[in-house]
Write a new protein. Structure first.
Length: 77
């Protein structure tokens, strides 16, 4: 099994638990998850709710298929 080595401390890397762990976008939560991933997930759910409420045209369905995938369109039908 491969392990990462920290050059700052000179020991095995412990990931997000390290006091030197840093996120360039400052989105690292204390438990090691990314807070931006949660905000994006909520936006996708809003799009899903809107798409199920209204009947979209074919051009809009193609755009949604590109963004969310073909599986999403199959669920709408």
């Amino acid at each position: 099994m491969k392990t990462a080595f920290c050059r700052w401390v000179g020991d095995e890397c412990i990931g997000y638990k390290c006091q030197f762990a840093y996120c360039a976008k400052r989105s690292l939560l204390p438990d090691g998850r990314c807070s931006q991933a949660f905000s994006r997930r909520g936006e996708e759910e809003d799009i899903v709710k809107e798409a199920t409420k209204e009947d979209w045209g074919e051009d809009v369905r193609k755009i949604i298929a590109k963004k969310l995938g073909k599986r999403f369109l199959d669920e709408l039908d």
